[in-house]
Design a protein around this ligand. Structure first.
Ligand code: CP
Length: 327
């Protein structure tokens, strides 16, 4: 693998939404991520001398550690700022926060409660802003998921993925990403918890162009005939006060061994995916998440390789010079 950033498609200056990555960018990114994984644990120090700020308003295991360890192995200096007790914009304006931070850091990776904070940061920032999860999307997760499915199935085009459960931020980014890559995705869940209509529309447009498809189903048995079953928590961070009603609404959608057997395509039990953290015995049974077709720890590892590829491409090909004029 090359010692310097690759040439390839120009990357967006920020990554707030998976919609910013078209098929060409996605394929280049996944290819580089695969090479990053092959080179692990000694990838080339492609981010030598770069300083990266991680700013998190919410707890994290995978996102924080995969960014910290992954980017450090590429030579970057990574600083973690815990904003759990003080949301961005509380102590000082989002603008002052962002424009101060960019004087120290070459990129800002932020996990926020409100997506609008990321949008405000990106409007005033001249360094890349990367969404490490917001209430709207989780684009870094979707990159790792696409990488994981491609490795497990040998392709993405025509792969049938059933996302069962809540039409949340993870679901949004998954639809936008897999839709652009030719996969056929079915969201299966209660009618009151479907993805945002605007995301569905955009994901369908992307799928139409890629030869894939995006469908919505309410019957739990609609998971039949899929290569991959993906689920996530029924109670995302921020929805805790709705726990009881959500658990009741989603009860029929729990991924059990029997459900996995029903989901088989051509007699083959599907792969199981979950972005974690999981509530074992709630949205998924232990026998499934610990079963032979579970990819959950592959997904977790691939977060690191996909994000390493993302940062290398964003900083290597399209980061704006630090001395540029402020907007
Ligand atoms: N999947 C994911 O984002 O995990 P964390 O919340 O632990 O970062």
């Amino acid at each position: 693998m090359p010692e310097t950033a690759t040439s390839g498609p120009v990357m967006p200056r920020t990554l707030l939404s998976s919609a910013q990555l078209d098929a060409e960018r996605l394929v280049a990114l996944l290819d580089l991520a695969d090479r990053m994984r092959e080179a692990w644990p000694a990838p080339p120090r492609m981010l030598d001398g770069k300083a990266i700020a991680l700013v998190f308003e919410k707890p994290s295991l995978r996102t924080r550690i995969s960014f910290e360890i992954g980017l450090t192995r590429l030579g970057a200096h990574v600083v973690y700022l815990d904003q759990g007790e003080s949301p961005i914009g509380d102590r000082e304006s989002v603008r002052d926060f962002t424009r101060t931070l960019e004087r120290y850091a070459d990129a800002i990776i932020a996990r926020v409660r409100r997506h609008s904070v990321l949008e405000e940061m990106s409007l005033c920032a001249r360094v890349p802003i990367i969404n490490a999860l917001s209430d709207a999307e989780h684009p870094c997760q979707a990159l790792a998921d696409a990488m994981t499915i491609r490795a497990a199935c040998g392709r993405l085009s025509g792969v049938k993925v059933a996302y069962i459960g809540d039409g949340n931020n993870v679901c949004h980014s998954l639809l936008l990403t897999l839709g652009a890559l030719g996969a056929c995705v079915t969201v299966v869940g209660p009618s009151a918890y479907t993805p945002e209509p605007s995301v569905l529309t955009l994901a369908r447009e992307r799928a139409l162009a890629s030869g894939g498809s995006v469908a919505l189903e309410f019957d739990p048995d609609a998971i039949a005939g899929h290569d991959v079953i993906y689920t996530d928590t029924w109670v995302s961070m921020g929805s805790e006060n709705e726990r009881d009603e959500r658990v009741e609404a989603f009860q029929r959608y729990r991924v059990s061994e029997a459900a996995m057997t029903r989901a088989a395509r051509d007699g083959k039990v599907p792969f199981f995916m979950h972005c974690l953290p999981a509530f074992r015995g709630v949205e998924v049974d232990n026998a499934v998440i610990d079963g032979p077709t579970s990819l959950v720890y592959e997904q977790a590892e691939n977060r690191m390789h996909a994000q390493n590829a993302l940062l290398t491409m964003m900083l290597g090909t399209s980061a704006e010079p630090k001395n540029g004029a402020h907007p």
